[in-house]
Design a protein around this ligand. Sequence first.
Ligand code: 48H
Length: 262
Amino acid sequence: MLDDLVISEAIVKSFMEDFLQSIKLDVAIVGAGPAGLMAGYCLAKEGKKVAIFERKLSVGGGMWGGGMMFNKIVIQEESKRILNELGVRIKEYKKGYYLADSIEATVGLAFQAVKAGLKIFNLISVEDVMIRGEKITGLVLNWSPVQMAKLHVDPLTIGCKAAVDATGHDSELARIVEKKIGPQLKTESGGIMGEKPMWAEVGEKTIVNNTKEVYPGLYVAGMAANAVFGGPRMGPIFGGMLLSGEKVAKMILERLSSRTPE
Ligand code: 48H
């Protein structure tokens, strides 16, 4: 016989345990698109305490929709090995161009990341940051439905040693920092440089170069990296997002293992 109250109790208790476990994180990632999920996968594999906060009900960001809702994605030679590792099937289209099913790529990445130990909190929006001693030390969270309904409900906070802005084109975390403390980002202008017009070849290269620490304790990955540092968009090619997620994880792992983590 099933007891409805046991079902409710199981869900609430288990969620609270997960949330309490995430009050102090090694790494907090904002945005569960391909870059954020890849970063979370790589960090979790290395045993870091890492969680993603995602505004929407679903994870995957812009990867589900392929190009203009044709649900295929293209990846290039350099990122083939990542989809192979995740167990996502790819097919060569022409030399240097590989195709994957966007649904398979999205669920494959999310599944492997969660299995590796990444905790994903969906339906939570990051609306502010905590800064202490000129360093990001935490994130300010609220339920997305609270924001959507414009309810006057105060947020909660979590702490982290490093935060990743993987919020895509809007680069929301970097934008919040710029708005709150002025143009103190590690960009040419100190502010957000803005995304440039479509150019896959350049966009895919710069996205990896632009994956950096943009303010002490705050890293940008994926589309947010090009938005912040002024690189072009690249359309429905997703290798750069995966490589950017992998790079940001590597940079953070090095920082966390160094003797004087800032
Ligand atoms: C919680 C938030 C918040 C917030 C946003 O857009 P994404 O898929 O981002 P990337 O960088 O992993 O991938 C970019 C890719 O999807 C893309 O758009 C490409 C390749 N475009 C090329 C082109 O030419 O257009 O995912 C970002 C995620 C989304 O799921 C948002 O809901 C989430 O971040 N998010 N979550 N709190 N404040 N802001």
